[in-house]
Design a binder for this molecule. Sequence first.
Ligand SMILES: NC(=O)c1ccc[n+]([C@@H]2O[C@H](COP(=O)([O-])OP(=O)(O)OC[C@H]3O[C@@H](n4cnc5c(N)ncnc54)[C@H](O)[C@@H]3O)[C@@H](O)[C@H]2O)c1
Length: 380
Amino acid sequence: MHVADVRFGERGTDYLYGVDCVEEIVEAVARLAENAESAVFVVDRKVLTHAEPVLAGLGRRMAVHLFVLDAAERHKRLALVEAILEYAVERGADRRSPMVAMGGGLTGNVAGLAAALLFRGIRLVHLPTTPVAAFDSVLSQKQAVNLSAGKNLGGTYLPPSLIACDLTWLTSIPRRDLLTGVAEMAKNVLAMVPPEEPTFLRAVAGLEHRPADSFVALCRLGIEAKLPMLLRDPRERGEAVIFEYGHTVGHALEIVTDGDVSHGEAIAWGMLVAAETSAMLGYLDRSEVDRHHRLLARLRLPSPDARLGPVDRTVLRTVLRGDNKRGYLACGAEEIPMVLLAAPGVPVTQANGRPLSAVPEKIVLAAFDRVAEGRGRADG
Ligand SMILES: NC(=O)c1ccc[n+]([C@@H]2O[C@H](COP(=O)([O-])OP(=O)(O)OC[C@H]3O[C@@H](n4cnc5c(N)ncnc54)[C@H](O)[C@@H]3O)[C@@H](O)[C@H]2O)c1
């Protein structure tokens, strides 16, 4: 089993990851919670089988209050957080009880927000079971749910006290979702660590026949890409806003399609639109837009025409206007805050160093159309 010391500024959190390491994970959670009489265990219904040995192991040491949720973006709302809080208190959880979140990024965010609110903050343990969660979302203190106007608009910060993943949990993810799920890793490569492109491509190629090796490599890549910035900018309000590359259009797509386009796939499309926008504004060389297309082609995205073509542009524009990065920079009513690239690993920054630009929405929509029509590539 591997142990990474993930630092959110001053605050350190162990990330234990490996293959077939459930017993060590149970031990680690039990050690963390040795002063507790109970734990609140929030689990995605689809991973109940993976949860069984963890529940059995913890159940021998403390009372475990099990809350099962169905992970869908339309459920990622304050009402679900409230239901967890009511359940936890009714079952007798107290300030020493850890909140254990087992599932994808959605479960982690919902349980994370509940942990931040319960008794004004209890310990949070992440047991991620998807690529998005294991390689990316658990490496953040941001906990949030959606409001009607947009994604992740209601939330706060709570660093996890422990992160642990048996990477075999990821093997039950359907292959297509596994591929799009690593789009956040493609984002880390393109926006932050371009020299890691060969590592990423090797890991993606190995997903079919050597998934364990690939998962370990992707986990290490996710941690190493984000760690330096989390150390310097633990609340992701300055230079770490670069983690949002591809997320402006990506989040809008998730909302507009009511979650039909998964988070990973949405981020992949969002990155193509962000690269296209960067090129249209003269920041990014066309050859680098091609590099985006080449890299993301490995994720076997569906045809852009089928996925982006039907999106209602008026609804898309309304959702884009509600993007949660608005307020980080002066943005006119018809401008959209976006992370743009001048080159892989080199964001376009404001004077204060924040990697955000106010982009006229007609440019964003034109870039969206070019991606939807399969244009924008050297051969397109
Ligand atoms: N910094 C952050 O906090 C941050 C970063 C990235 C993403 N996110 C959030 O994470 C969410 C996306 O995460 P996600 O892609 O993990 O989505 P998710 O949690 O919705 O899971 C996707 C689907 O996979 C299923 N699933 C989960 N684990 C499985 C397994 N092992 N086998 C089979 N099916 C499984 C779920 O039931 C769901 O249907 C979004 O809500 C996004 O906003 C947050």
